[in-house]
Design a binder for this molecule. Structure first.
Ligand code: UD1
Length: 345
């Protein structure tokens, strides 16, 4: 067991829980803080079933700095932070902008404020390919232009990157790795943890698997008149376990002082653009399950095509998204079936 504890905010959420598993398997003691606003305490059981270790858990809200102060007072061995605690629904952020700015920005500022006094060496921040908007050229590299955000959610990611940069440039005694995720999908291959959307899913894969199992009648494909080979939108779907592994490498890089840079930014994607129709096909091919679907009009605010150039992360982090798409589709399906077995969905 390593001695440096990692604080994982939002650690019972989708990407957070998969990252906790990878951290524990790499030997790191973990403490999770989560307000359970979009996740369930039972996720801790799933993590424990995979790793044999129950992570320490604090139920609390990172927007309350006193909650975080108490946490740091109790866990004096925290050396790294991975910050997942944030609201993440694009549509909801249009309706409730203050909630998004408050949750996402106050959480980050509280953490940054407490890192120095508590001798924390680095913070990994969850950013998004949404910062590139509709790119002029694909694939996008980390040097591709940042476009004006089209939602408060996207804006919180851009502002957060700027806050981290300003704080570090002002001489903060810690480092940061900013990870720009493309579209995280799939579940742990054990089917013990996965994505657990609240209500009607807004994202493609949970909607697709819920349709495949019969909870939803039909998947709507939002548009087939885009300027893409089959007319549907193109994204870079990255397996959540591959994504989780990148966080372990990133936090370790700061703890071990492997880079001279105080702030680094990496795209995390596969480098492969996949259309909505291709994804449905991949799901049907790899699971043998049919997904009833129909083409409907475009969804407001959707980007036509975006996929990553992950070369920089491949070379510098020695990380590559290696899970074949078909395996990811099977893990997403196995998770949906597990939820059904457990009577959850
Ligand atoms: C967007 C953001 C991403 C953010 C995520 C969180 C961009 C490029 N990406 O992802 O940063 O983290 O929201 O929610 O801004 N689709 C259907 N039918 C459905 C659902 C989706 O056809 O029922 C299509 C969409 O039109 C899109 C693709 O599937 O082309 C993926 O959609 P979704 O899973 O919602 O993710 P993004 O919108 O790409």
């Amino acid at each position: 067991m390593k001695t440096e504890r990692i604080l994982v905010t939002g650690g019972t959420g989708y990407i957070g829980s998969h990252t906790v598993v990878e951290l524990q398997q790499a030997g790191y003691p973990v403490v999770i803080i989560d307000n359970l606003s979009n996740s369930d305490r039972a996720v801790l059981d799933g993590i424990e079933r995979i790793t044999g270790i129950r992570p320490d858990f604090v139920e609390g809200d990172c927007t309350d700095i006193d909650v975080l102060r108490a946490l740091f007072a109790k866990y004096t061995d925290i050396k790294g932070i991975i910050n997942f605690a944030a609201s993440k629904a694009v549509g909801e952020s249009m309706q409730k902008p203050i909630l998004y700015y408050r949750n996402n920005l106050n959480t980050l500022m509280n953490l940054l404020e407490l890192m120095g006094p508590n001798d924390v060496k680095g913070i990994v921040f969850s950013s998004s390919c949404t910062v590139y908007g509709e790119p002029d050229v694909n694939p996008v590299t980390e040097k591709s232009p940042i476009k004006k955000a089209t939602s408060p959610y996207g804006n919180t990611k851009q502002i957060s990157e700027e806050i981290i940069t300003d704080v570090i440039n002002a001489g903060a005694p810690f480092k940061s790795v900013i990870l720009r995720y493309f579209n995280p999908v799939g579940a742990h291959p054990s089917a013990e943890i996965g994505e657990l959307p609240n209500g009607v899913p807004q994202n493609l894969i949970p909607y697709l698997t819920q349709t495949a199992i019969g909870i939803r009648k039909e998947l709507s494909v939002f548009g087939d008149d885009y300027n893409t080979p089959d007319g549907s939108c193109i994204r870079d779907y990255i397996d959540v376990v591959d994504l989780a592994k990148a966080h372990v490498i990133a936090v370790e890089r700061m703890l071990m002082d492997r880079s001279d840079e105080k702030i680094e930014i990496f795209n995390l994607g596969t480098g492969r653009g996949v259309s909505v129709l291709e994804l449905i096909n991949a799901f049907e091919r790899s699971t043998g399950v049919t997904v009833p679907h129909k083409i409907v009009g475009r969804r407001a605010g959707d980007i036509e095509k975006v996929w990553a150039d992950p070369t920089y992360a491949n070379n510098v982090l020695g990380w590559v998204a290696s899970t074949p798409l078909d395996d990811t589709m099977r893990s997403a399906w196995a998770w949906q079936c597990r939820l059904r077995e457990r009577g959850i969905m």
